[in-house]
Ligand binder design. Structure first.
Ligand code: ADP
Ligand code: MG
Length: 322
């Protein structure tokens, strides 16, 4: 079959629309949507480049999953509900089985959240995927980096460090079934979208952990002009991560690996003392673990305290492109 750019768009990136706020989707020069009254529009974009953001042999399903999820994670970090996405994709060639696998996974994830793909761009080049996600929040009710208050507790969702171990497993070709959950967390992050949109009732401050907790909590304390004191002993680790350190690291936890490598896509958020029990109940409703790991402090420094009550210094804070 003669596959032009337009055939590719028609075949793989034109999905049935399920939202009545979409006036025009794929097919015209722009998409057109209606923003409901009393809602604000939140917009984010993230690019995933082959060999930079994922190993070159990553499956098309995993690439589709992750390229969408990292964007939904940014919306979750602000408490917004995803509504629409655009997809700009560069392909080295037209590989139908690759495109079919990518498209099916992308489409099924969109359906799960009732999101419409409303446009994009298709070009030839090294494999690269840029998703722009747009979400809606009740006006004024968003989670921001600059809203942490002294005395707030610092929480994280689920576990931290799985993706860092997962990447290590792939790069070092560790053949150990017990570490597969870490690889899965690297390839299939879960944006905490539903929890986050309700968290806006109890919190004003969150970030998603994409570059490691040290760097991302660093953004919160800087923007909020405060500090934070985090107890390493309280940072939640999965059984697979604990297993990794027991069997491959002489039983000692490499906190730099856990806290500075990133790709967790969990939320770090702050909660005033009066709202802690409501947040815990909300997490339970969403069957999501949340853990208090420390608190927001007046002195403008980010402290990580080890089991011996000593501060730990992380010189390498998070992945940097340049
Ligand atoms: P234009 O030349 O006007 O920029 P294009 O030829 O790039 O339009 O795209 C045609 C239509 O297909 C547009 O509506 C665009 O948003 C959509 N589109 C292009 N690539 C994609 C893609 N990968 N996913 C979804 N929609 C796409
Ligand atoms: Mg174009």
């Amino acid at each position: 079959m003669n596959n032009s750019e337009f055939d590719v768009i028609q075949k793989y990136f034109t999905f049935p629309n399920t939202r009545n706020d979409v006036i025009l989707a794929v097919g015209d020069d722009c998409a057109c949507v209606t923003v409901p009254e009393n809602r604000q529009l939140l917009i984010t974009t993230d690019t995933l480049i082959s060999g930079v953001h994922f190993p070159e042999d990553t499956s098309p399903e995993d690439i589709a999953y992750k390229s969408l999820m990292v964007n939904l994670s940014d919306l979750a970090a602000m408490g917004a509900k995803p509504a629409w996405v655009t997809l700009a994709i560069s392909l080295a060639d037209i590989n139908d089985s690759w495109l079919q696998a990518f498209s099916s996974q992308f489409s099924s994830l969109l359906s799960r959240y009732n999101i419409s793909l409303i446009g994009g761009d298709t070009t030839r080049g090294k494999l690269s995927i840029t998703v722009q996600a747009m979400g809606l929040a009740e006006s004024g009710k968003i989670l921001r980096r600059d809203q942490a208050k002294t005395g707030d507790y610092v929480f994280v969702t689920a576990n931290i460090g799985d993706a860092a171990v997962g990447l290590h497993v792939i790069l070092n070709q560790l053949a150990d079934q017990k570490l597969l959950p870490c690889v899965n967390r690297l390839n299939r992050p879960e944006a905490r979208v539903d929890f986050a949109s309700e968290l806006t009732s109890y919190s004003r401050c969150a970030i998603d952990i994409s570059d490691g907790l040290v760097a991302d909590l660093g953004h919160i304390v800087k923007a909020s002009c405060c500090g934070a004191k985090i107890m390493l002993a309280d940072v939640p680790l999965s059984p697979a991560v604990r297993y990794y350190f027991e069997h491959y690291h002489k039983g000692s936890i490499d906190w730099s690996m856990v806290l500075t490598r990133g790709d967790d896509y969990e939320l770090c958020f702050t909660v005033g003392r009066d709202d802690v029990s409501a947040v815990k109940a909300l997490a339970q409703k969403h069957q999501l673990k949340v853990t208090c790991i420390g608190e927001i402090t007046v002195p403008a420094e980010l402290l990580f305290i080890d089991e011996n009550d000593k501060p730990v210094n992380f010189s390498n804070t998070g992945f940097k492109h340049f």
